[in-house]
Design a protein around this ligand. Structure first.
Ligand SMILES: Nc1nc2c(ncn2[C@@H]2O[C@H](COP(=O)(O)OP(=O)(O)OP(=O)(O)O)[C@@H](O)[C@H]2O)c(=O)[nH]1
Ligand SMILES: [Mg+2]
Length: 324
């Protein structure tokens, strides 16, 4: 495929062709030059989709909620994109049969585009790839994009944070709030959702969250609300959807949304620069192999000394005078 074909692919994505959307996502995930070349042209069109991140511990009910939210917005004739970056998510096929059957209801609806992402083998890392895939859904014209990540590690939490708003889903019996604090989930929430409100321990968990928020002394207008739901029956899903849209509109009006997007842009560019530097040093210049050879040649080595050598090689190949 040539660059012209890349441009053709982008027009087909804009025109709402699902296969073209999936194909452009694959190029994006691979960090393919055809994607980056097209990105330079289409990026001014981005930013129309509302981007909501859904994170929380394994089994909290995130996928069930995502499905409920998607069905809710479909009922309001809005188009939805879903990016599931959790390898155990029903969207990526790792779930029980019952979950897959439920997801099937969405899979048949052209108004919901679901993309699951593998955690491994993505050039430049998962956060880089998911940013690009969400952009493709934006270009595709989705009104709302949901990004589900399991909130277990920093990179997964970062991905949920790269949305306009982040929902942290907790559930009674899920190790209480201590686990959530360890995973860094307490800082990233714009909304807390206590799901599985039909299970024992609801009041206790809500109280714990309230106490933690009290301690943080957040200004009232920035304090994350605590909502509850039973995702498996749909209870509380409409209220969550309404709160997300209300907050999104309020932040768009106050300028807080633009500030959040600027902050996310900065982080994203830093990730891109770091990813590309890493790629340049180790792959493009072949310094990974050079290092392996140096170490294999034996002899005592200074870790700091070798790092200096590598960086020196990198700098010299990069400066114009070294080409003389
Ligand atoms: N009792 C009860 N069960 C629920 C509720 N919401 C979801 N579940 C069930 O909890 C289990 C896990 O739900 P998922 O939606 O797969 O949870 P998840 O957070 O996406 O899980 P991972 O992606 O594996 O981290 C499933 O069996 C759901 O049917 C709820 O509100 N109440
Ligand atoms: Mg899931």
């Amino acid at each position: 495929m040539t660059l012209t074909a890349g441009a053709d692919l982008v027009s087909r994505v804009r025109a709402g062709e699902a296969l073209a959307c999936a194909r452009l996502m694959s190029l994006a995930e691979a960090g393919d030059a055809r994607f980056t070349a097209e990105y330079a042209r289409f990026w001014p069109e981005l930013g129309r989709a509302r981007r909501y991140g859904i994170t929380g511990p394994p089994g909290a009910g995130k996928s069930t909620l995502v499905e409920g939210l998607a069905l809710h917005w479909r009922g309001l004739s809005r188009t939805v994109g879903v990016v599931a970056v959790d390898p155990t998510s029903p969207f990526s096929g790792g779930a029980l049969l019952g979950d897959r059957v439920r997801m099937g209801r969405l899979a048949l609806d052209a108004g919901v585009f679901i993309r699951s992402m593998a955690t491994r083998g993505v050039f430049g890392g998962l956060a880089r790839a998911s940013d690009d895939v969400v952009d493709v859904l934006d270009l595709y014209g989705r009104d709302t994009v949901l990004i589900e990540t399991v909130g277990v590690g920093q990179s997964e939490v970062d991905i949920a944070r790269s949305a306009d708003l982040t929902v942290v889903v907790l559930h009674p019996g899920g190790g209480d709030t201590i686990q959530a604090m360890k995973a860094g989930l307490m800082e990233v929430a714009d909304i807390y959702l206590v799901n599985k409100a039909d299970m024992p321990g609801l009041d206790r968990l809500v109280q714990q969250l309230t106490d933690i928020l009290d301690l943080r002394e957040i200004p009232p207008d920035r304090r994350p609300p605590i909502l509850t739901s039973v995702a498996s029956t749909g209870e509380g899903v409409a209220a969550l959807a309404a709160e997300l849209d209300r907050m999104h509109a309020a932040r768009a009006a106050s300028g807080a949304l633009a500030a959040r997007r600027s902050e996310n842009l900065e982080k994203r560019v830093r990730r891109l620069v770091e990813g590309r530097l890493r790629h340049d040093v180790w792959e493009t210049l072949g310094l990974a192999e050079a290092l392996a050879r140096r170490v294999a040649a034996g002899g005592p080595h200074s870790a700091w000394g070798l790092a200096d050598e590598i960086l020196d090689c990198y700098r010299k190949r990069r400066t114009p005078e070294s080409h003389a």
